[in-house]
Design a protein around this ligand. Structure first.
Ligand code: AMP
Length: 410
């Protein structure tokens, strides 16, 4: 299948060519015809599959083909975080560059001027709004948005929105929308609560599912079994001696990100923390520095693992083991973008071993254990493989002693 098969408007084709898209991804090949055919849709697909363009391309095409006199606010996209909302807005800008389709991102945080800017933009009108639930509710309650002519509702990363406690907000927002709209729900996972929500808000939906993504081939994955008190020292070694020009370090919570930021500064490592307590301007500035490579190391939580698309990240470190396999795949997928190579290192302490066994089971691969440098303390006491849920995977026994390969000379 090629993009020609969809018979998109020429201006849209110019946009997607300028973005460097030559061939639809599997989710695009499946979703675009259904969306063009006005079907409601549940799509199970993760970040990295091209899911954003899978819904943007047909929606943009429909908007371009709408006669001027009927051009009103056409599409509402709801996303869990402002980072994702901004990314979606940037994709609209890129894909829709030659089309004249306009969009407004609406998200919380920032100062009062951001809020008034968003209100002003709304007054001027747009074809598409991309919003996080909280801020959208505030504007709706103030009567700032007229959804009378809305044609499309898209919920992006719906599972994450429910995890973040946005269920009631979403239902409330939908109460403001016309019932005869087309609704598309994209989610990385399909737990029962998503199905329940889908039943409530979709009309006879088509379903598509893109197989759970596996980490890209180009990612060299490694594990260090390390006690918590040795982690900062080990990270410093890896960063100092591993020749990684651009790295992301993931920690589990905002608080641990801040702590790690302080610890790294104390030992002279140049890094910046990225978290939701920063002003929006500061976050944008940090992201700009990281993208243009003037900032070599970024520290963040899983929020950073979704949506950010920066090329040339050579190293991802999971300072804390991720909570679930999908978070792991998202995090390590920040490196080795666009078929390059990269390294993903995960630190595992005693308590993380069971969790990490589940991750290995899902990706169907045992990750190489690297020995701690000789001057480090003891490797955490590992449990026997049988206790790790590894019974069914005899391959796991091979490297289980935390010995595995020797690490780089450090
Ligand atoms: P997403 O899954 O929407 O986060 O997209 C992941 C990345 O793939 C983004 O950088 C997109 O710009 C890119 N992308 C989406 N569709 C295509 C395509 N058909 N060809 C090449 N890159 C694409």
């Amino acid at each position: 299948m090629t993009f020609q098969d969809f018979d998109f408007d020429d201006q849209l084709v110019d946009g997607l060519l300028s973005m460097g898209y030559t061939k639809p991804t599997p989710i695009q090949a499946q979703a675009i015809p259904l969306i063009l055919d006005h079907k409601d849709l549940i799509a199970c697909a993760q970040t990295g599959t091209g899911k954003t363009a899978a819904y943007l391309l047909p929606i943009l095409d429909k908007i371009i083909r709408t006669p001027d006199a009927q051009r009103h606010l056409n599409t509402l996209i709801i996303a869990p975080t402002r980072e994702l909302a901004m990314q979606i807005d940037q994709q609209i800008e890129g894909l829709g560059y030659f089309t004249g389709v306009s969009s407004i991102p609406i998200y919380g945080g920032g100062d009062g001027s951001a809020f008034s800017q968003q209100r002003k933009a709304l007054e001027a009108g747009a074809d598409v709004i991309i919003a996080t639930p909280g801020r959208l509710i505030s504007l709706l309650q103030m009567g700032e948005i007229n959804f009378k002519h809305l044609q499309h509702l898209i919920l992006d990363e719906a599972d994450r929105m429910l995890d973040m406690g946005f269920h009631d907000d979403i239902v409330k927002i939908i109460g403001y929308l016309p019932p005869n709209r087309q609704t598309l729900l994209f989610s990385a996972t399909m737990p029962p609560k998503i199905r329940t929500l889908a039943k409530k808000i979709l009309n006879n939906p088509q379903q598509i599912s893109i197989a759970v993504s596996k980490p890209a081939e180009g990612i060299l994955q490694q594990v260090y079994m390390v006690q918590d008190h040795d982690k900062v020292r080990l990270l410093k070694r890896i960063l100092k001696e591993g020749n990684y020009p651009s790295a992301i370090v993931f920690a589990s919570t905002k608080e641990s990100v801040k702590k790690l930021d302080v610890a790294l500064h104390q030992i002279g490592v140049v890094a910046k923390a990225f978290h939701s307590d920063l002003e929006q301007k500061e976050r944008e500035e940090i992201m700009r520095e990281f993208k243009n490579k003037s900032l070599p190391i970024l520290i963040g939580t899983d929020i950073l693992s979704r949506g950010i698309d920066v090329e040339g990240i050579s190293l991802v470190v999971n300072f804390n083991a991720p909570h679930d396999p999908e978070d792991y795949i998202h995090r390590i997928g920040r490196t080795a973008r666009a078929e390059t190579t990269g390294t993903a290192i995960t630190f595992i302490n005693d308590r993380d071993q069971r969790k990490f066994a589940a991750i290995e089971a899902m990706i169907g691969k045992e990750i190489t254990r690297i020995s701690l440098p000789a001057d480090f303390g003891e490797t955490p006491n590992h449990h026997r493989p049988e206790q790790q849920g590894a019974r069914n995977n005899p391959r796991r026994k091979k490297n289980y002693r935390g010995g595995g390969k020797s690490g780089p000379k450090m």
